[in-house]
Design a protein around this ligand. Structure first.
Ligand code: PLP
Length: 437
């Protein structure tokens, strides 16, 4: 098929692409070694350019909810491609996808389709500022909301992996409009609102944090956050770009909603990853009166040449239609089984660790964590060198994990017994190697 090698591509990429990657999370900077260049994927497996197959636990960083190249998704996309790649005018697929999202999601009347999660959160914040006429935003340390200027402070994902406090190129004025608070800390929220309440437009939060490893909201935290923000006239933006349609059929909010008083609902939501089925598509969603603030009905401007692209919308539609109850129960069962097997293998050789869960999501923290970590300061105490040793042993054995200790392990509904067994076979040696660090 091809005579390329991973090492050759890494060298070539390094010459023409900064750091050799088009998104820093793909780099092997924190684990070392040569990144794999993937030529294809099918179900729970990916194959690199050298023809080596791996069980995939990266899942395209979230979109591959059902595994790779699901036949019904591929054929729907192929048909859409045959009709043209996009018209810059409205098309049926985007209407159908918006209808499906509104039908599936509680507390959502309208959606605006965009191309990336970054755009979705950026737009949600602009709506919140437009609605409240206030400048400040609260975010939580270790939460990742994409790479827009105002949201990079103390962010998770690639910034956590590379231990960056924020980004150069963001002005002090912009950074000053974001208040960063510790997650799961009601007192810190009360204090911030007591001090700046009349200036705060919104609190933005991941529905369950999953970009510093998984850290779920503590019982009662979401309800308190909503109550405090609303009491002060601020909005709440629940970022489900990662958790949406993955932590559960209606995201993490769908799992938590019944435990929150009915008068407390998030005002805006953001979705990405799964909703595009692997193509660039994301969404900002919420109550009609807030969403109608967007142009052309309202004064908050947002637009995009590729927004709601018919091929991307078709991929999202086909994926969400195939994501039935059976798929979610397979996903949940695969996550449960894998989390238990990893934990057992690490315990067997005395490697201290903690499995973190939020719905079907899980991640593994290496190190001694007698108490569940509540936020970023705690998860930063993990032993990333141990993770690096574990990661490479798994990769050698044909299992592709995220190249960072700060990421979720992305299981799919296609991870069947055979795929899971391959992972389980690889675990004892990987655990032994972690034990030597
Ligand atoms: C991935 C992610 C984003 C950013 O989405 P992009 O499509 O990468 O811009 C925003 N929020 C959360 C919670 C994410 O996980």
């Amino acid at each position: 098929m091809t005579h390329l090698t991973n090492a050759e591509l890494e060298t070539r990429a390094g010459r023409v692409i900064p750091g050799g990657v088009n998104s820093p999370v793909r780099a092997f900077a924190s684990v070392g070694g040569t990144p794999r260049y993937f030529a294809s994927g099918r179900g729970p497996y990916v194959t690199d350019v050298e023809g080596r197959e791996y069980v995939d636990l990266v899942g395209a960083w979230g979109p591959a909810l059902l595994g790779h190249a699901l036949p019904e998704v591929v054929s729907a996309v192929q048909e859409a491609v045959g009709r043209g790649l996009g018209f810059g005018a409205s098309a049926p697929a985007e209407v159908e996808l918006a209808e499906l999202l509104v039908a599936k999601l509680p507390d959502v009347d309208k959606v605006r389709l965009v191309s990336t999660g970054t755009e979705a959160t950026m737009t949600a914040i602009r709506i919140a500022r437009g609605a409240t006429d206030r400048p400040l935003i609260i975010k939580f340390a270790g939460h990742y909301h994409g790479h827009s200027d105002g949201l990079l402070a103390a962010a998770g994902s690639g910034l956590a992996t590379l231990a960056l406090p924020g980004s150069a190129g963001v002005t002090a004025e912009t950074a000053a409009q974001t208040i960063v608070l510790p997650y799961n800390d009601v007192l810190a929220l009360e204090q911030a609102f007591a001090e700046h309440g009349s200036q705060i437009a919104a609190v933005i939060t991941e529905a369950a944090a999953a970009n510093m490893g998984v850290v779920a909201p503590l019982p009662g935290f979401t309800a308190s956050m909503l109550e405090i923000a609303h009491r002060h006239g601020a909005l709440v933006i629940t970022d489900e770009v990662l958790t949406g349609f993955r932590a559960g059929p209606t995201g993490y909010w769908g799992l938590e909603r019944d435990q929150v008083p009915a008068e407390q609902r998030p005002d805006l939501f953001t979705f990405g990853k799964v909703v595009g089925g692997g193509l660039p598509l994301a969404a900002v969603a919420g109550r009609a009166e807030l969403m109608d603030l967007l142009a052309p009905t309202g004064p908050v401007y947002q637009g995009g040449t590729l927004s709601g692209n018919p091929v991307a919308a078709t991929a999202g539609l086909a994926t969400l239609r195939a994501a039935d109850d059976a798929a979610y129960s397979r996903l949940g069962a695969a996550s449960d089984a894998l989390a238990a097997e990893v934990s057992a293998a690490l315990s067997a050789v005395g490697v201290a660790h903690r499995v973190q869960r939020a719905g079907t999501l899980f991640s593994v923290l290496f190190g001694d964590f007698p108490e569940a970590p509540r936020g970023y300061v705690e998860v930063q105490r993990q032993n990333t060198a141990q993770y690096g040793a574990f990661f490479h042993a798994m990769l050698d054995a044909g299992v592709s994990l995220p190249p960072s200790a700060y990421e979720t392990w992305f299981v799919s509904a296609a991870h069947d017994a055979a795929a899971l067994d391959r992972v389980v076979q690889a675990l004892p040696e990987a655990a032994r190697r972690a034990a030597t660090v």
